[in-house]
Design a protein around this ligand. Structure first.
Ligand SMILES: Cc1ncc(COP(=O)(O)O)c(C=O)c1O
Length: 413
């Protein structure tokens, strides 16, 4: 459910016509719906309300400060993976004791900053990282709360580039190593073992691998407790998928039920790190047609957005629904929708049925662009990054301005 719909043959986000935003802000631009965002956050909270659960929003999915502020104001914590995400989250008002720090390569300065502000836990991904955290904690005279990220070798059945729970990936440690690390933590007074966790991948559309991972983690946690480790939580990571095209991902309620069935018997608090499911369908990327073109084999719609704005189609071959801002008529033409970047890989959609006769100046938009869109954007081809607009009812505001040409070389010496 989202708040993008047609009214009087015009595409709207909540009560604002996309055309009005394009006229005021220009294109390409990301447009987000605050009502959709709040609805998603609350739905997740309600789905897990029968059990002590702390949702920590995966900041990487969309890290705009205004989006973060909305999410944290509703009570979510943060799952971060860098110093930048730490500072961003704090600036957006997250409580430090609701931050979990994930990632396979945390630098010492990053560990130090996280320790100084008193985060909830580090998700530790290797033996050597354990030692690094212990050393930094000693140097600061602090105790670090740590959780062990287990790699359960479970196939999340998603795109290989976002599969993270197999032994062939760089993430987490095998259970035997995690056991050894737990025993090692006992010898290190600067560390406190507080949890175990995993994150098996992203855009997961089947409940089975997530339930299997929860079962494994619950068993592993019970084993640790039998060995005398006093745990506080199990962190099941993020990964719940959304519908881009015809996927049928589990609803948050079914996802919650599957996880809670496995976690409840442990009595441990549950942490989750949802990203995509919170923000994926809150946003669209609004673009303008620059021109059209035909080759002996194809018709192309060339728009002003490109892979630097939304890299998902190029990077993961992923599908985004493409619509016209003016209500579509039934006469369609099959086209590839592409950007102006000098790579054949710069495309938004292949062989799409779009209204016949689209021309320069017409507006189109890509749905489900709220997650891993703006946060993965770049300046490739020296293109200023697109602005972001947040709609709330009848009002809208720019929450990230368009980069200027000067911004492109501002840091160059
Ligand atoms: C450790 C961790 N947690 C949570 C997430 C969020 O995943 P998703 O956006 O699929 O919910 C990711 C995504 O890569 C991750 O690496």
């Amino acid at each position: 459910m989202d708040h993008f719909a047609y009214q009087n043959q015009q595409a709207y986000c909540e009560d604002v016509a996309l055309k009005e935003i394009a006229a005021a802000v220009g294109t390409p631009c990301f447009v987000y719906s605050a009502a959709t965002l709040r609805q998603h956050v609350k739905r997740i909270q309600t789905a897990f309300s029968s059990y002590p659960t702390m949702p920590c929003y995966a900041v990487k999915a969309n890290s705009n400060l205004s989006i973060l502020r909305e999410i944290f104001a509703l009570g979510f914590g943060a799952d971060i993976v860098s110093l930048g995400e730490l500072e961003r989250s704090l600036k957006a008002g997250v409580q430090a004791d609701k931050i979990v720090y994930s990632g396979v390569g945390k630098r010492r300065d990053e560990i130090e900053a996280a320790l100084r502000c008193g985060i909830y836990s580090f998700n530790v991904e290797s033996y050597s990282e354990l030692d690094a955290i212990a050393e930094v904690a000693v140097s600061l005279g602090r105790k670090a709360r740590v959780s062990l990220r287990v790699n359960p070798n479970i196939d999340a059945k998603t795109n290989p580039k976002i599969t993270t729970g197999l032994f062939s990936t760089k993430f987490g440690v095998i259970e035997a190593e995690a056991l050894a690390m737990a025993d090692r933590i006992r010898e290190l007074p600067s560390l406190q073992l507080v949890g175990v966790g995993c994150h098996i991948g992203s855009q997961i559309v089947e409940v089975k691998p997530m339930a299997e991972a929860a079962r494994r983690l619950a068993q592993f946690a019970l084993g640790l407790q039998e060995r005398g480790h006093r745990l506080e939580f199990i962190d099941m990571g993020g990964g719940l998928g959304i519908r881009y095209r015809n996927e049928d991902p589990p609803a948050p309620e079914a996802y919650a039920e599957a996880l809670l069935q496995e976690i409840k018997p442990t009595g441990l608090r549950l942490l989750i790190e949802p990203g995509r499911v919170v923000v994926g369908n809150i946003g669209v990327l609004l673009c303008q047609v620059i021109t059209t073109k035909k080759t002996p084999e194809k018709s192309f719609l060339i728009v002003d957005g490109a892979m630097n704005d939304l890299i998902r189609p190029s990077m993961y071959d992923s599908y985004h629904e493409i619509r016209t801002v003016d209500f579509e008529d039934t006469h369609t033409e099959i086209m590839d929708v592409v950007g102006p970047i000098c790579e054949t890989g710069d495309y938004f959609g292949k062989d799409r049925a779009l209204p016949k006769g689209l021309k320069a100046g017409d507006l189109i938009y890509l749905r489900s662009a709220g997650a891993y869109g703006s946060s993965m954007a770049s300046n490739y081809n020296s293109r200023p990054r697109a602005p972001e607009v947040l709609v709330d009812g009848k009002a809208f505001r720019v929450v990230r301005r368009r980069e200027s040409l000067d911004d492109l070389w501002r840091l160059e010496l």
